[in-house]
Write a protein that binds this ligand. Structure first.
Ligand code: AN7
Length: 393
């Protein structure tokens, strides 16, 4: 099923036959990366454009499987001005970019005969896992940090029938649970971003951006477990290797100040993160202290000439409001993209750079993130009409 690929360890360099159940390097425990055994032939923008916009448009560059699909990807690239765009991942079937990866990993799992899947999650992964598992006729188990998952995301996990396990502690503790309990023995297939096939799907965001506007100068995105930044860089790297583009953008990761293991390390010039066991931020999606994909992310930053910025919760909420006033509704973690962009503009990012901000998740995911002002109240139709007339002058 995966014959066109092999898995290469990013730590020790050993290669393995691609198997859905080989999640980390059997030799050193390092992260694995799917690489094509042979250069995929016949790929071109013209071929891609014969198909509808979305993840599977680029199927020559994905595992050859029968897709478990709900129309993921193909999200709007909203133009803000002549040089700024927002890739609105809130338009995915479950409202976040996770669906790009889930369609690929769940398709593989189905072909491998998997009956139950599991993930740890700050919320969006659990919503996506629950939905795609149900679609594929599988059971799902989601392990969540107790009290720290936004209401919309929890509602989705419930709606799609996941078994919900809450642990005391941050996301990182929930991921420890998954790493211990998943595997061939238990039959529980892990769907966190440590699963390389998830990232294989997520790389298509890079393809879509280029498909629409060519290669931008910067891609700015929030960083939590550091899967997405790794996936998007893989997408650009592959396009370059295949001659589909002749240059690559720089990547700017953004972390919340209270959960910034990579940003802090980057500022100090270290080549590994400064882990924290007590991450804290209003952007609960990226409330992660020990990002597992850090080796891939550091490579993406190094190879792309990128950077990592840190923003405060106040800056995140201000950016969320600003986007809201432009008609773009994103959850706090996604607003970190815009907050980080505003900080980098005039420094690393120059005025005439073309920039794409990745808005990773929909505003409806987390309706408790912002205060609701007192509404104008009226006890009758007449009073409502009267009050509106006065407000409208
Ligand atoms: C909206 O759902 O980790 O750096 O468990 O939901 O690839 O982890 C979510 C992450 C950014 C960070 N924006 O992406 C989870 C989870 C939103 C997110 C991120 C997440 P990664």
């Amino acid at each position: 099923m995966l014959g066109e690929y092999e898995l290469r360890c990013v730590n020790c360099g050993r290669t393995y036959e691609a198997d859905p159940w080989t999640i980390v390097c059997p030799h050193c425990g390092g992260l694995l990366e799917p690489v094509f055994r042979r250069k995929p032939l016949g790929v071109s923008w013209a071929l891609f454009r014969t198909r509808k916009f979305g993840v599977w448009r680029y199927r020559e560059l994905l595992p050859k499987v029968r897709p478990v699909s709900m129309g993921e990807g193909g999200t709007p690239l909203i133009k803000v001005d002549e040089r700024l765009w927002i890739k609105f991942e809130g338009s995915n079937p479950t409202g976040s970019f996770k669906d790009r990866g889930m369609t690929v990993a769940v398709s593989l799992a189905r072909e491998a005969g998997v009956r139950s899947v599991i993930c740890a999650s700050t919320g969006n992964t659990s919503a996506s896992v629950a939905a795609y598992a149900s679609r594929a006729g599988m059971r799902s188990f989601v392990v969540l940090p107790r009290g720290k998952v936004a209401r919309g995301k929890l509602a989705q996990a419930v709606l799609h029938g996941a078994v919900i396990i809450e642990v005391d502690g941050p996301f990182d503790a929930a991921l420890d649970v998954v790493m211990r309990v998943s595997g061939r023995e238990s039959g529980l297939y892990p769907l966190n971003s440590i699963n390389p096939w998830r990232l294989e799907g997520q790389k298509t965001l890079a393809f879509e951006v280029v498909d629409e506007i060519g290669v931008p100068d910067w891609i700015v995105l929030p960083v939590g477990n550091a899967g997405n930044i790794s996936a998007i860089w893989k997408g650009f790297r592959e396009m370059k290797e295949l001659g589909l583009i002749d240059r690559t953008p720089r990547l700017a990761g953004v972390q919340a100040e209270g959960a910034s293991p990579i940003a802090r390390a980057f500022k100090e010039g270290l080549n590994q993160p400064i882990f924290t066991d007590e991450p804290e931020t209003v952007a609960t999606a990226i409330r992660i202290g020990r990002p597992v994909n850090w080796p891939k992310a550091f490579r993406a930053l190094r190879e792309s000439g990128g950077t990592v910025e840190m923003v405060t919760d106040e800056e995140i909420l201000e950016a969320q409001r600003a986007l809201g006033r432009m008609g773009v509704g994103v959850e706090p973690a996604s607003a970190a993209s815009y907050a980080g962009y505003l900080k980098l503009l005039g420094r690393e990012i120059s005025d005439d750079d073309r920039v794409v901000l990745v808005a990773t998740g929909h505003a409806l995911k987390d309706p408790d993130a912002f205060p609701f002002p007192e509404p104008v109240r009226a006890s009758s139709v007449d009073e409502a009409v009267e009050k509106i007339r006065r407000l409208a002058v």
